[in-house]
Design a protein around this ligand. Structure first.
Ligand code: HEC
Ligand code: HEC
Ligand code: HEC
Ligand code: HEC
Length: 466
């Protein structure tokens, strides 16, 4: 009562005065915020561009003149000595570590050389040096290796670029993966420069230009870190028309009866999976919760009070505080143990699956030696084709299952079951020919021994398994 009567005694100008004062304060605060944001941006993008960057400028150093912080961090992808339990930037030799893979890739270049990926800085050097490139290789293999690719595609046409011999560009293409691959030089907005991803979205009935800013922070990576095949010999194509899931991709390949090579041990038409990082990431909890590749692999970094995106793309386990610590309040050791625990489970399941797959190829070979026909073996071969693709989907994916642990274990479980079914069919065929003993399995315990074994099959003089 007392309060009310006091309020009503205030002069009439007080209301409008408070209103004006508040408006003034809001405007001032707004101006302040604007000036802070502008300053932050100014330090990253000079008011007058030091160097105007041309469309399709491939030279990272030219971009680096305008954006030295990002360039300096980017250059650190040249460190190829880091190691984590399963990853890091050093060229780990998968075939030395795991001779099963020599047998699984028999008859195909991956049985000759298979190294862990290094940083983006090395992309041109590594694709030029790999034994997997030969005189018949097309320029399709340059697609994900250099900032110069979009320029050539614009000049020559996309299909023409892919179909040009790889060797035509050796020495001409020199700039590794960099700024131009992910950024529009004028606005610095993220953009898609590789047609295969754009086309794959269109094939799924989606428009990639409608992707949100957060989605773009993963899609720039999905230009290269995806499964693909060469349609009509050289046209880079992502097999997503039926969807991103493992089953949809296998169905896609089966319908076009696609195969990369014929396995010399079991005579199976095989498909090689290529690092489906984006696909498996899409099946994981982080993708579901809207966390992007860049959130973990390119976290924010602060220098002198300035926040910018860390362009040293690498294993997040080498930078846990910035990569994971922002969202997870666990200690660094706990986070590392959690990741390594997940990876160890997936790795063990992967190796167990490999052993069954190796046996499946050899059991089919034994059945062939006992006189089983292609018709007898058709079902077993289909099972091996699907089982090995499943295994490879997980195996060739980077991160040893971390991006989608449950999906990876599910897929490996199916792979082992299918390989086991193929072995049963082969055993029944052998039994029907009166052979009830196990085939005589060769020793493949080292890379050297495994190479000798597959060499004999590749030369058409396989050892007697019966
Ligand atoms: C939630 C965080 C997170 C997200 C999101 C994420 N990753 Fe990873 N990534 C990891 C971790 C952890 C590893 C395992 C690193 C290791 O073993 O050293 C990894 C490993 C990798 C590796 C292998 C690196 C190495 O040194 O072995 C590549 C390549 C990779 N991720 C690409 C991607 C791509 C592409 C995306 C998006 C499609 C993505 N990642 C999304 C956390 C993440
Ligand atoms: C693999 C893709 C990729 C490459 C290569 C790349 N960037 Fe970025 N860049 C990003 C992402 C992702 C962001 C975060 C953008 C966002 O969220 O708006 C970013 C942000 C930036 C920004 C905005 C300010 C900041 O730090 O967030 C600048 C400037 C920039 N990059 C410069 C460069 C330069 C210079 C290079 C080459 C040396 C380069 N980028 C290479 C993906 C890339
Ligand atoms: C233009 C193609 C391209 C784009 C775009 C691209 N990558 Fe890569 N990435 C590669 C290639 C090729 C390699 C292997 C390079 C080598 O071994 O020489 C690689 C290697 C890597 C590695 C291994 C390096 C290490 O130290 O372990 C990581 C991690 C990685 N990329 C993450 C990403 C992330 C995250 C993005 C998006 C922000 C991205 N990449 C965008 C092609 C690309
Ligand atoms: C931008 C935020 C963000 C970042 C960065 C991030 N995470 Fe997560 N993480 C999440 C969310 C959200 C979940 C889901 C938790 C939930 O919904 O209960 C999650 C879940 C997890 C889980 C549990 C997964 C499961 O299936 O049980 C692990 C393990 C994990 N994160 C590890 C990491 C690691 C390692 C990194 C760094 C490489 C990382 N996270 C980076 C947000 C993040």
């Amino acid at each position: 009562m007392n309060n009310n009567s006091e309020k009503s005694r205030l002069p009439a100008w007080v209301g409008p005065a408070i209103f004006l004062l508040t408006t003034g304060v809001v405007v001032l605060l707004g101006l302040l915020a604007f000036s802070i944001m502008e300053r932050r941006w100014e330090t990253q993008r000079p008011a007058i561009a030091v160097t105007p960057i041309a469309e399709w400028e491939p030279d990272n150093a030219v971009w680096g003149q305008n954006y030295p912080r990002q360039y300096e961090r980017y250059l650190r992808t040249s460190d190829d000595t880091t190691r984590t339990l399963f990853g890091g930037s050093f060229p780990r030799d998968y075939l030395e570590d795991d001779p099963n893979q020599v047998v699984l890739f028999a008859g195909y270049a991956f049985s000759k050389e298979y190294l862990q990926a290094r940083g983006h800085y090395y992309s041109v050097e590594d694709v030029t040096k790999t034994k997997r490139v030969n005189p018949k290789t097309f320029s399709s293999c340059w697609t994900c290796k250099s900032t110069e690719v979009p320029k050539y595609m614009a000049e020559m046409g996309v299909a023409e670029f892919y179909a040009t011999p790889f060797s035509n560009f050796v020495g001409k293409i020199t700039h590794p993966i960099g700024c131009q691959d992910c950024h529009d030089p004028e606005t610095m907005n993220l953009r898609i420069t590789r047609p295969a991803l754009r086309e794959a979205f269109a094939a799924m009935g989606r428009d990639i230009d409608k992707a949100t800013h957060q989605e773009m922070r993963s899609l720039v990576c999905a230009q290269c870190h995806v499964e693909y095949y060469f349609k009509d010999g050289s046209y880079v194509t992502l097999p997503w028309a039926k969807g991103l899931g493992l089953e949809e991709i296998i169905q896609y390949y089966d319908e076009i009866a696609f195969s990369d090579w014929n396995h010399p041990i079991s005579g199976t038409p095989m498909i090689k999976s290529q690092h489906p990082d984006y696909e498996l990431y899409s099946m994981g909890i982080h993708s579901y919760r809207g966390v992007s590749c860049a959130d973990c692999h390119m976290p924010y970094r602060t220098e002198g009070g300035l926040k910018f995106t860390d362009h040293h793309v690498q294993s997040p386990l080498l930078n846990i505080a910035n990569s994971c610590g922002v969202c997870h309040r666990w200690s660094e050791d706990e986070i590392r143990e959690r990741v390594e625990g997940i990876q160890t489970k997936v790795q063990n399941a992967k190796i167990e699956t490999e052993k069954v797959l190796v046996r499946a190829h050899l059991d089919i070979a034994a059945a062939m030696q006992a006189g089983a026909s292609d018709e007898d073996l058709a079902q077993a071969r289909t099972l091996v084709r699907h089982a090995q693709y499943r295994w490879d989907f997980v195996s060739s994916h980077n991160g040893v299952g971390f991006h989608a642990p449950q999906e990876c274990t599910r897929i490996l479980g199916d792979a082992a079951r299918q390989a086991q079914e193929a072995r049963l069919i082969a055993a029944r065929l052998l039994a029907a020919k009166g052979i009830s003993t196990e085939p005589r399995y060769p020793d493949i315990s080292t890379r050297k021994k495994a190479v000798e074994v597959i060499g004999a099959f590749e030369a058409g003089q396989p050892m007697d398994l019966l």
